[in-house]
Design a protein around this ligand. Sequence first.
Ligand code: ZN
Length: 171
Amino acid sequence: MKKINAILAMTAASFMLFSCGGDKKNDTTTAPETQTEVETTTSEVTEGVQIELSGNDAMQFDKKEIKVPVGEKVTLILKHTGKMDKAVMGHNFVLLNKGTDMAAFAEAAAKAKDNDYIPTDDSTSVLAHTKTIGGGETTTVEFVVNEAGEYDFLCSFPAHYALMQGKLIAE
Ligand code: ZN
């Protein structure tokens, strides 16, 4: 009788284990967050972090906040989803160093048309920037942020920064 009881107990225990495992499997396959995590991990292993930012003909970026990991290579892809020419609706991505006065920088940048709207006499304000592009174009910049914190980014085409600006958070 003792033996039979033991076998029954084991069977019950293994049945419980099996059903627990079954529940977990269902959880992972139905949760959409799990898939996103897997994709992020894969891209980090191969090429650092990739971020897409787009600007349109209405003078808007599609993101107001970008998060990047400190000390890792960031590949930022800027897409101009509009149709207007670079001369009238040019967009770029300029990442400013901490403590930079955005309004003052944008004013200086607006005068630097010959240098893609990046002031030539200012080497400390800009952490990274793309070239200026027009409708339908795409450009890429790679950079590493070595210090955690909040940084301003903007489009430095004349008068665009009023609408086209946001925060890059490195953590
Ligand atoms: Zn712009």
